[in-house]
Design a protein. Structure first.
Lengths: 191, 191
DNA sequence: GGCAGACGATAACATTTGTTATCAAATGCA
DNA sequence: TGCATTTGATAACAAATGTTATCGTCTGCC
């Protein structure tokens, strides 16, 4: 699982093994809630197999706003970093195989690792990249129609369209399930 | 202008003065374009007086997506950091007094300053905070009606409502100017 | 002072999107 | 296998929002 990341980290084997031993492997069924609204996040997850959605309750309707797949790490970032009650629920969509690490271990690793200039730069790059991704996603809400957002999604993240139930995608795109059906139907009709 | 920031930086006066001497003061009229779409951003601005909007052209309509006021720093972040052609235009709304610094100076300062643990943590915090702000703004597009977004804006950033022409606010909220007028009119009527 | 352009309100109409209800197909599970 | 649940399509209607056009006011500027 971790081998694929090994060469990005200029650490000796002892440190490296020490770090990856902090992770624990679990297997969970679909619809497992990994973090509930209002909880304070203590775990960071990495997905070996499966997928996860992050959503929140908006006046009784659930609104999905992120999807994660294999090899991605997942947490309610704001809650994990700042110890705020999580505004979101983290939940598996498919039966999944996950690795998790406790926040106190993660903090310790980060504190050590950030002294290494190269890793620090990687870390800062990741933070920038995350902001850019949000900006981009946000842009598309301002400028694109729901139909265009759906087309973008198929183009840019086909995994989501293929693996995720459609009603989750609808709320991710900011439309009702009925309307997403209409959008798909119109697209097929035009061909 | 820079005194207000002085105590946050554990630097000796020589370094500090050296850094702030990299900034240059300019006065510009309203509707001055500081960075155009497609340009690569070389300057970071700090606003002493005035306000700035960041917008982009979407099929002939301009869409505003950020406002900045006194004491805030402004750049097309993605362009400034990654040297990409800017997707956005940076433009003054009011006649403004600005301080700017060239990217090559900023990079040098950052490289020096990031070795200081305390400043590095501040820097990382700013990056996190920026991401959280985007998430929050984005959330409100998914979950709130345009009316609610307008109410939030009045509550959270009254400066914008007070100082910025309404048609810019409309595109910032993701509605047409006509609809924003309707929203305001309904709110007044209900009182 | 007067003029051009920017700004904002409003009306009428068009289009998009949401809501509710119903049905069919697929899926999971006992 | 068979039943309950989930998922998705569609229709009919309601509500929200966009578009175009018109008008009045304000503002900066010569």
């Amino acid at each position: 699982m971790f081998d694929q990341f090994r060469d990005r980290f200029p650490l000796d084997d002892q440190h490296w093994n020490n770090y990856i031993n902090c992770f624990e492997r679990i297997e969970v069924p679909a619809k497992t809630i990994l973090l509930n609204e209002g909880e304070i996040s203590k775990k960071l997850f990495i997905i070996e197999k499966g997928c996860i959605r992050v959503w929140f309750n908006n006046n009784g309707k659930d609104v999905t706003f992120q999807f994660f797949f294999e090899n991605q790490s997942v947490a309610s970032l704001e809650s994990f970093v700042k110890k705020f009650p999580s505004p979101v629920v983290v939940e598996t969509i498919e039966p999944s195989v996950l690795w998790w690490i406790h926040k106190k271990d993660m903090d310790r690793i980060l504190a050590e690792v950030i002294e290494i200039a190269q890793l620090r730069d990687q870390f800062i790059n990741v933070l920038f990249q995350r902001t850019f991704d949000y900006m981009k996603h946000f842009f598309s809400f301002i400028k694109d129609s729901p139909t265009q957002r759906y087309l973008n999604l198929m183009e840019e993240k086909p995994q989501i369209v293929q693996r995720v139930p459609q009603h989750y995608i609808a709320s991710y795109l900011g439309v009702s399930t009925v309307h997403l059906s209409r959008i798909k139907s119109k697209l097929v009709h035009k061909k």
